[in-house]
Design a protein. Structure first.
Length: 337
């Protein structure tokens, strides 16, 4: 079994089952089919705005990004999908390696800063989140948090850290550790987390656990805190976000991105949809639907997000992350996945 095949199967195992959302059908030339692996909100908002602006109908199929990547591989040229919108970029990198994606038009890519797009021009970055530390303000003060996410490997943090080892975002963060510090350091870090940290089955569960005081700190994306805070009220929560900064692997920016399938039945409509995602209207729509960073310059999120430019984030880009297969194999070697 190849490493890439192992990665696909492992990602598929933790993916949600596919749900097919109802949508109006139109003539083939006026329809675009999207496999949507993003959480509820952003893609639906963009699709509604796109339909209104262009008259092109969107058929949305909802599921997990890893499951969709595997499905596209199985479908090959028979896939009905025109566009694959992935919550993270590593599933897109797998499809790129399989030569299943079409090149995104240069004029569309130019609307988004290059570091958020595929260096090979096969997918477009749409929104981003920042990996961060979460902490319970009643249990620990922010100034007592470690300088680096790697410090969570130290004995004094045993039993005090939550993480989700099966999360795609965590897998990408492991890749950032590997690239910044080497495999040996990453393996030692993962080994310490397996022994001393508390594993949770979902990122939302991590936010809730920290808020309840089940655990003092956590490794998680800031968007999950915002999602819970929107429901509960930020002023009523004990959980707070701490941005690590100073280019630490724990300050990795993860990106949601979209790609056109090489086999797309409606390539013109697919190109128009990606162009819309990169446009001011499209970026405004996705920014309003979730606490992700819009990536088009000049578009500001209505959420109270600290600008990425102020966070001194990791220099590791989505293209650097690739398929994250080395991180997955490293996790498996220590018994985490």
């Amino acid at each position: 079994m190849t490493v890439q095949h192992s990665l696909r199967l492992a990602l598929l195992a933790c993916a949600a089952p596919l749900v097919f959302a109802p949508a109006a059908r139109a003539a083939d030339s006026q329809t675009v089919t999207i496999y949507n692996g993003q959480d509820e909100g952003p893609v639906e908002a963009a699709a509604a705005a796109f339909e209104k602006k262009t008259g092109i109908k969107v058929e949305m199929r909802k599921g997990g990004s890893p499951a969709f990547a595997n499905q596209i591989i199985q479908e090959g040229a028979r896939s009905p999908a025109d566009v694959f919108y992935s919550e993270y970029t590593s599933p897109l990198a797998i499809l790129k390696d399989k030569n299943l994606l079409a090149e995104v038009p240069a004029e569309t890519l130019a609307e988004i800063p290059a570091r958020f797009n595929d260096a090979g021009k096969m997918w477009l970055g749409v929104t981003a989140r920042n990996q961060a530390m979460l902490y319970n303000k009643t249990m620990i003060s922010e100034d007592k948090l470690p300088e680096s996410v790697l410090d969570f490997a130290k004995p004094e943090w045993s039993g005090k850290v939550a993480f989700n080892p099966k999360s795609a975002a965590f897998l990408e963060e492991v890749t950032a550790v590997i690239q910044a510090k080497g495999e040996a350091t990453a393996k030692a870090w993962l080994t310490a987390l397996k022994t001393g940290a508390k594993a949770y089955p979902s990122n939302t569960a991590i936010v809730v656990a920290v808020d309840r005081g089940e655990v003092e700190t956590a490794i998680v994306g800031d968007n999950y805190w915002f999602a819970v805070a929107e429901e509960r009220g930020a002023d009523k929560m004990n959980a707070r976000v701490h941005y690590v900064g100073h280019k630490d692997p724990g300050s990795l920016v993860t990106v949601s991105a979209a790609a056109i399938l090489k086999s797309a039945p409606h390539p013109d409509a697919a190109q128009k949809f990606l162009a819309f995602l990169a446009s001011a209207d499209g970026q405004t729509a996705v920014a309003a639907a979730a606490a992700d960073y819009p990536l088009r310059p000049g578009i500001v999120s209505p959420y109270k997000l600290t600008p990425l430019a102020d966070l001194d984030v990791s220099p590791i880009t989505p293209s650097d992350i690739g398929t994250a297969h080395v991180a997955l194999e490293l996790e498996r070697s220590v018994g985490l996945n």
